[in-house]
Design a protein around this ligand. Sequence first.
Ligand SMILES: Cc1cc2nc3c(=O)[nH]c(=O)nc-3n(C[C@H](O)[C@H](O)[C@H](O)COP(=O)(O)OP(=O)(O)OC[C@H]3O[C@@H](n4cnc5c(N)ncnc54)[C@H](O)[C@@H]3O)c2cc1C
Length: 377
Amino acid sequence: MGETARVPDFLTPELLDWRERATRLASERLLRLREDVTLDERERRRAVVVASREAGLYGLTQPSEDATPPSALTMLVVREALAAAGCGGLRGVFGDGPGVLAGVGEPLRSSHLVPMLAGELRAGFAFTEPSDAPRPTWARIDGDELVITGQKSYVTGGADADFLTATVEVQGEGPAMVVVDTDRRGVRLLRRFASFDGSHHAAFAFDEVRVPRSYVLGRSGEGRGRALERISEVRRVIAADCTGTAMWVLELLAAHLVTPRPDGRVPGDLERARLRYGDLRVKVYAARSMVYRTARLTDAGHNVVNESMAAKLFASEVANEVVDGAIQLVGGEALVQGHPLEQVMRRLRTLRLAEGESDVLRVNVARGLLDLGQGRV
Ligand SMILES: Cc1cc2nc3c(=O)[nH]c(=O)nc-3n(C[C@H](O)[C@H](O)[C@H](O)COP(=O)(O)OP(=O)(O)OC[C@H]3O[C@@H](n4cnc5c(N)ncnc54)[C@H](O)[C@@H]3O)c2cc1C
């Protein structure tokens, strides 16, 4: 019986059905697409979209006709099941979700949100400032326009993006999230680079970029809240990917531990191997308990900023421990390029930094309680 099927999480029949669908899609179609070296990235994504659409998963992150987003628990179950079947972080399964544009009114709804959901426009999230920036990205108000100056870095997919949703400090009004088309005068692509998990990012400069004030999401001053909501959601996405991937690694490791070596010895007969393996299982159990509790709190409408930070931090640290431990137990062959564990290690390693470096999150969780009276244990 698979790892996913064994754990009772008190899921409804509907959620169990989602999990089953995601697991089947991953094992019957997506795994093969992920490993097919004849496909380039674009072809792979297209094939993933077709497979996902046929399985009824494509578009799940987009609001339904009545604008109800899928529950946090549904998304957790689906994402975790995909990752537990070896397809964590695979692009194209759901298509673009609305992100910070969720619920936006005109003109942005027609000009950006609808074409983005239809796959006609691509967006990048521009939050991170380069460490040498003299001042965080800011804007002055000039009549009906904002005039934006500054820099952004590490915008994933930025070089192919048609527009950015950027955090900008608006003079006299406070932080805002602003839509900035990448073909506007004054937007410069400074650098395109890849991180070792294979994802691509871009750095931008904004030199007096003029943007209509109607391109501010919500009102100026609400920017930090909007960005935080989006970041919290992405943190939960990462947490689900991490627990699922950790489950997949645990299963791979278990198979290694029970398989006799050529000399007849079974690695899992050694107590020190059992000790390590047991410890990793305990940690994954704790991480899963956290992410499920956080999803249920989200669906019940609670403020989960601190819990999302805690879940992302813990799940990403545990997943890294699991893959690191698995590599130690499997040995040198796990480090050979192309081995599933070395690939997973590179992907998981980035997740201890993306959407908040672990120590920054620890400090923020402390601040949540000490300065703001927020967060639970
Ligand atoms: C794969 C990947 C994808 C990403 N995608 C995006 C994206 O699409 N859009 C986007 O905007 N960003 C993106 N990022 C950037 C990401 O959000 C940042 O890397 C992350 O927030 C950490 O910021 P940083 O790299 O500046 O490190 P920092 O936060 O500066 O941390 C670096 C080190 O400095 C320490 N530190 C931080 N603050 C202090 C302090 N005040 N005093 C002392 N020490 C401190 C930290 O503990 C850490 O050890 C991505 C990153 C990765 C790895």
